[in-house]
Ligand binder design. Structure first.
Ligand code: FAD
Length: 549
């Protein structure tokens, strides 16, 4: 008889990577797989409807709603960090932009010693996942479970942004995942017929019926049990009750760049001194856990427009919204099918660079405080972020209580080179906003505004206004040195039967959005787990073969 609390594999976190992993590992009917998710099920129209993102970022039900420590370079502000807390994880609350990053990002990972992670290794995985609306070619797949679509009806302002970018000297780009990502264009989105297509829709829903797959929701993993340097299972908290689940083969952490290192530290794996300070027994002193935190720091420019083409709150907005509801219900199109960040692009702030170092996100609306503040009137927002910051932050524990948020210190702009790149990006964004392409909308710059002109004023503007664009990575770094947490097979150094597979393993932040890369990491992990299992089987069988032979 099978024990209901015993599994071959326990996966912690049903996010972008965890959903892929659960799909792949449960394809083997002999392996019992348990996928544990702290958040609730994802059965709300706010998730399926792309514009629902505005609601998701304002609420705490599907969102961890984190906050950073005060950031010295940003006027000691604490920054808001939303993260998905539901099936699909952050892919259920994100802006749906489909992006892989620059091929050289992965080649950099490989040349840092992570053999098997070069662009030529990961490209087949991106293609395997993709169901590209435009069809397959050498860089795209069309048969995978992840729907990648063009926006059905981008706002006219988004097309104007592309014109404006070209006028400002950037090339047009029709495919940011094609041969060159440089330039401006409309983004493709992970949507199917106007609905969000999260990792849960793509990878979990099709396999929920498998009898060997158990999915637990509203279930917080509070620690990994480790005995004699081997992970044996996890402790979970469900509706106030604690219980233990046993893993016969492996525990795999897919809890994301904030919670995977938190969970390791709660389990006694992390910087020894820090754990001792919190009276957590040290199981394995691994100082790198939680370090190497990197994120895309972003700053916005904004302009008002006088034609009410933008999505906004103003006179006439209510009938427009009612029409939008009807259109979305009947056809799955219109304003509610928009992912908000409809257009954007990549640029080099210095022509000597070999690849873009800043990214734009254009929204045909006035956006303040992640959409949490309502802004009266019509206008548009152009974001710019630095792609490969050199600043490094850290996740640490604020408390040994698993129910408490960890301490998040991204140490934004702590490296002296980062501010200059962001400032150069801001100047470029402003040049795009000043282009004559906008003339027919009667534009008027709202931010930074006429008072902000020289570098000192721009730097002060950045310090007052910069925010995250939601791509934290790196806190369980993959590598071979002392600064690494996992090896290139994603195994925790020093502990058997324990891996990490999510955005936290990225040794270096990629130059693009991080959802598709996180799903790629989930796929890679499934292959590494399976090949280790096959190896250990053949090791057991080898002596028998020898005997028989
Ligand atoms: C607002 C927002 C907008 C974004 N926009 C885009 C975009 O447009 N395009 C893009 O490519 N990327 C975007 N991203 C980033 C992208 O979505 C993430 O990088 C990616 O989803 C991370 O995947 P992950 O698997 O590492 O973690 P996640 O998807 O965050 O999954 C982690 C999961 O683990 C669960 N979990 C955590 N701790 C525990 C625990 N102790 N027990 C049980 N479960 C636990 C969480 O609830 C969550 O479901 C955005 C992110 C956000 C927040």
């Amino acid at each position: 008889m099978t024990d209901a609390s015993e599994f071959e594999y326990i996966i912690v976190g049903a996010g972008s990577a965890g959903c892929v992993l659960a799909n792949r590992l449960s394809a083997n009917a002999d392996a019992r797989v348990c996928l544990i998710e702290a958040g609730p099920v994802d059965d709300t129209p706010w998730i399926d409807t792309p514009m629902g993102i505005i609601r998701l970022l304002r609420g705490k039900r599907y969102n961890w709603y984190y906050e950073t420590t005060p950031q010295a370079a940003l006027g000691n502000r604490k920054l808001y960090w939303p993260r998905g807390k539901t099936l699909g994880g952050s892919s259920s609350i994100n802006a749906m932009i489909y992006m892989r990053g620059h091929p050289s990002d992965y080649d950099d990972w490989a040349s840092a010693g992570n053999v098997g992670w070069a662009w030529r290794d990961v490209l087949p995985i991106f293609k395997l996942h993709e169901r590209q609306q435009r069809g397959a070619d050498e860089l795209h797949g069309a048969d995978g479970p992840l729907h990648v679509s063009d926006l059905a009806q981008p706002n006219p302002l988004s097309r104007t942004f592309v014109e404006a970018g070209i006028q400002a000297g950037l090339p047009p780009c029709k495919d940011f995942n094609g041969h060159s990502m440089e330039g401006v264009g409309l983004y493709q989105v992970t949507q199917r017929e106007g609905k969000r297509w999260s990792a849960a829709r793509a990878f979990l829903d099709p396999v929920r019926h498998r009898s060997n797959l158990t999915v637990l929701t509203d279930c917080l993993t509070t620690r990994v049990h480790i005995k004699d340097r081997r992970a044996t299972g996890v402790r979970v908290r469900e509706r106030g009750h604690e219980r233990d689940l046993r893993a016969r083969r492996e525990v795999i952490l897919c809890a994301g760049a904030i919670n995977s290192p938190q969970l390791l530290m709660l389990s006694g794996v992390g910087p020894g001194r820090h754990l001792q300070d919190l009276s957590i027994p040290v199981v394995f002193d691994l100082p790198a856990v939680g370090c190497n935190l990197q994120d895309h720091l972003d700053v916005t420019t904004m302009a008002r427009e006088s034609t009410a083409t933008a999505v906004g709150i103003g006179f006439g907005a209510l009938p427009r919204l009612l029409r939008a509801f009807a259109e979305y219900r009947n056809h799955g199109t219109g304003m509610l099918a928009s992912n908000a960040a409809e257009a954007g692009g990549f640029a080099r702030t210095d022509t000597h660079l070999e690849r873009p170092d800043v990214q734009f996100h254009f929204l045909p609306t006035l956006l303040r405080n992640h959409g949490r503040d309502l802004v009266w009137g019509y206008g548009y927002t152009l974001h710019v972020c630095q792609l490969r910051p050199q600043s490094r932050g850290r996740i640490s524990l604020a408390s040994p209580d698993p129910g408490m948020a960890p301490r998040i210190d991204p140490a934004y702009l702590s490296h002296p080179k980062d501010l200059g790149v962001l400032r150069a990006g801001l100047k470029l964004a402003r040049r795009i906003l000043a282009s004559t392409a906008w003339a027919r909308f009667g534009p008027c710059e709202l931010a930074p505004g006429p008072a902000v002109q020289d570098d000192t004023e721009l730097d002060a503007y950045i310090a007052r206004n910069a925010e995250t664009i939601y791509h934290p990575v790196g806190t369980c770094k993959m590598g071979s040195g002392d600064d690494a947490v996992v090896d290139r097979c994603l195994r925790i150094r020093g502990i058997e039967g324990l891996r990490v597979a999510d955005a936290s393993i990225m040794p270096r932040l990629i130059g693009g959005n991080t959802n598709a890369p996180s799903m790629m990491i989930g796929e890679m992990a499934s292959r590494l787990v399976e090949s280790d299992t096959a190896l250990s089987r053949s090791a057991v069988q080898a002596p028998l073969v020898g005997l028989v032979g």
